[in-house]
Design a protein around this ligand. Structure first.
Ligand code: FES
Length: 140
């Protein structure tokens, strides 16, 4: 009996690790950054863009990741939640995909493939000398 319980728990643990690995590997081409979040604002150091123009920002205080792209002298921050039925998106180097029904979006948040018909939400961004501030309750 104890051996059976041990095996059941081991299988659950292995399954959980596989799921975690699968979800992290879907974004493995882009750097994942923990954003400092307070008062509905997320702070990201501009140094995070030293190696590339696109990062994924995450915080345990919000329900979705944010794809942030540096464009010449400005930034775009996309809510990584499908505009079709609010499912999380995965990102590659140049697109965002929804595994639920197959929609995809470009790095501007525009629909490339339906069934989604609306673009992704873009957060309002302000900047300081060394950081960008994503306003989590304001969209543009
Ligand atoms: S929820 Fe994303 S395509 Fe349906």
């Amino acid at each position: 009996m104890e051996r059976r319980i041990f095996l059941q728990k081991s299988c659950l643990a292995c399954g959980s690790l596989l799921l975690m690995n699968a979800s992290l590997s879907s974004c493995s081409t882009l750097p994942l950054v923990q954003g400092k979040t307070e008062d509905q604002q997320m702070f990201i150091s501009k140094m995070e863009f030293a190696q590339g123009n696109v990062i994924i920002a995450r915080s345990n205080k919000i329900d979705t990741d944010i794809l942030i792209r540096k464009k010449e002298n400005s930034f775009v921050a996309l809510r990584m939640m499908c505009s079709h039925e609010e499912q999380p998106l995965t990102a590659t180097a140049d697109q965002l995909h929804c595994v639920s029904h197959g929609s995809s979006f470009n790095m501007e948040g525009e629909v490339l493939r339906e069934p989604a018909t609306k673009p992704l939400k873009k957060y309002r961004i302000t900047e300081t000398e060394n950081a960008i501030i994503i306003h989590l309750n304001q969209f543009v």
